[in-house]
Structure formats: structure tokens, C-alpha cells
Design a protein around this ligand. Structure first.
Ligand code: NAP
Length: 270
């Protein structure tokens, strides 16, 4: 059987924690094959205590020993970390970056063309293994390395493969999307309170309704419009509610939200 890969997480923050947790739960590698670095000793202690993984503060040292290096630092420290690890990278390794708005080209400029690269854009529900991640590979990335990246991010949710030029659009939809949906859940809850439901009850009804509807779309593969039509009886309650949403231009507003967030992501990346 193939040996599980050795992972190095550079930056032991929230996203690294979600990924380490997912990798361990999916049994992609044992704790002994995972190391994490950070400048904060409390984060390292937390990782050691929670996951029993190896920890260290030397990015170059951990990079040298790993098969897969996952850059989980903030975009503003990426330049510095890449310079630190540059000398330790080899052709067999896979380098994955989750840094938002940090292009593959810029990574290549720092480290030269000698390593397989993947850029990943996960979202926050990865923390509960319900994220969705878009992956874009560097030119010439092997199928083996792309599949490996896919398997890693499938341990924290679903994965889609896109061209890197679409990463800003991904950021505008699924990256910023959880916030849009929290707003929807909050608004539905307030609506429930308005018509007399206790807030705690309204909140469960709203959140589970969003979750259930999302799973119906994913699991039936049906078009959302056809699922909507099936619960909308003539002269009934649902069509009365839908008319209000159309009146409030809900669809156009969501489309504009995705467009605005995409444009902002482009601006920030320049
Ligand atoms: N969280 C998300 O949902 C999400 C979604 C998509 C993409 N991302 C991307 O994922 C990356 C990490 O995000 P995050 O939310 O996990 O951030 P985070 O919680 O702040 O984690 C980053 C960690 O890296 C540490 N660090 C700083 N400089 C370092 C260095 N030179 N070497 C090693 N570690 C260093 C930070 O320590 P200090 O805090 O002490 O500086 C912090 O513990 C970001 O690039 C972000 O764009 C995150």
C-alpha cells in the first residue's frame, strides 16, 4: 500500500485547523505525518494538544521534510514565508496555497518554476467539514498532484476545479456566500418572530429550512426552479410569500451581491 503523504502546514490558524481536523478524520494521514508551524506558541500548543501533530517554528525545516506543503498564512505574510522556504523545495513536492487573492504567478516569481502548485479557495464552513473549495492548478500540474489536492479538500467538504482566472468569481460566490446566507437566516428568523414564534424556535426553523433546501438541490440534482414550483400550489401560502420576494427584487439583489464581491476581490488582488 502507498505510504500516506507527509504534510506541513505553514500557519496554524483557523483554516489549518479545519484542514488538519478533516485530514485526520478522513484518515488521509496519521498525526505523525503532519506538522504545523506558527509564530504563536499558543497556537502550536493548541495543535499539539488537540491533534497530537508535530509542531515547530521553522518554516524551512518543516518544508524540507514534507511531501505536501500547505500555506495557511495570511496573504500579507506570503512573500516572506515563500522566501524562507524557497531553498527547500523540490520537484516531487506539492505546494498548496489557500491565501485569498494571492496568484500562482506571484508564488512562482518567489520560488522559481520548480514545484507543483495549487491555489485553493475554501470557505469557512470547512471548519465543520461542510465547506466548498475551488482549486486551480499551475500549468503542467500532474493528475496525481491535482487528485491529491482534491482528496485533501474533500476532507473538509466539496471541491470544484476551475481556471485560476475564475478565483475572484469563486470568492464573490462561495467565499463571501456564507455571510449572505447568514443574513437570509437572520431575516427569516426575524420574520418568524414577527408572526409570533419564539426566537429560538424561529432560528432552528430558519436554519434547518436553508440546510434542507440546499441538500434537496445537491442530492436530487433538480433545478431549484422546479423544486420551487413543486412546493408552490395555486393560490396558496408559498406563492404569496414569493410574490413579496419578487417585489423586493431578491434575485437581482443576490446577483448584484455576487458581482460586487467579485469586483472587490479583483480590486484587492491588484
Ligand atoms: N478562514 C477562512 O475561512 C479562509 C477562507 C479562504 C481562504 N483563507 C485563507 O487562509 C489563510 C489563513 O487564514 P486563517 O483564517 O486561517 O488565518 P489565521 O487564523 O490568522 O491563521 C494564520 C496563522 O499564521 C500565523 N503566522 C503569521 N506569520 C507566520 C509565519 N511567518 N510563519 C508561520 N505562521 C505565521 C498567524 O499567527 P499570528 O496570528 O500570531 O499572526 C496565524 O496563527 C489566509 O491566507 C486566508 O486568505 C481563509
Amino acid at each position: 500500500m502507498l505510504q500516506p503523504p507527509k504534510f506541513a502546514f505553514l500557519g496554524a490558524g483557523n483554516m489549518a485547523e479545519a484542514l488538519v481536523s478533516g485530514i485526520l478524520k478522513a484518515r488521509l494521514a496519521p498525526p505523525a505525518n503532519i506538522s504545523a508551524t506558527d509564530i504563536s506558541t499558543s497556537r502550536l500548543e493548541h495543535f499539539q494538544r488537540t491533534f497530537q501533530v508535530q509542531v515547530g517554528s521553522d518554516n524551512a525545516e518543516e518544508t524540507k521534510r514534507a511531501d505536501v506543503i500547505i500555506l495557511c498564512v495570511k496573504p500579507q505574510v506570503m512573500d516572506m514565508v515563500l522566501l524562507e522556504i524557497k531553498g527547500e523545495l523540490s520537484q516531487e513536492q506539492l505546494l498548496i496555497s489557500v491565501a485569498a487573492g494571492y496568484p500562482l504567478k506571484r508564488i512562482q516569481q518567489h520560488i522559481g518554476g520548480k514545484v507543483s502548485l495549487v491555489r485553493a479557495m475554501p470557505n469557512t464552513p470547512a471548519v465543520i467539514q461542510e465547506g466548498v473549495t475551488a482549486l486551480a492548478g499551475s500549468f503542467g500540474l500532474s493528475t496525481h498532484h491535482l487528485q491529491l489536492a482534491q482528496t485533501i479538500f474533500e476532507s473538509v467538504g466539496k471541491v470544484v476545479i476551475v481556471e485560476e482566472s475564475l478565483m475572484d468569481a469563486v470568492t464573490g460566490l462561495s467565499g463571501s456566500g456564507p455571510a449572505y446566507v447568514y443574513l437570509v437566516i437572520e431575516a427569516l428568523t426575524d420574520g418568524g418572530v414577527q408572526v409570533g414564534l419564539p426566537r429560538a424556535v424561529a432560528s432552528v426553523l430558519a436554519a434547518q429550512t436553508v440546510l434542507g433546501a440546499a441538500r434537496m438541490v445537491l442530492e436530487t440534482g433538480e433545478h431549484p426552479a422546479s423544486l420551487k414550483d413543486r412546493v408552490t400550489s395555486p393560490g396558496g401560502t408559498t406563492i404569496a410569500g414569493l410574490q413579496q420576494l419578487e417585489d423586493g427584487r431578491l434575485r437581482a439583489t443576490f446577483m448584484k451581491a455576487v458581482e460586487a464581491a467579485t469586483n472587490r476581490s479583483r480590486e484587492l488582488g491588484q
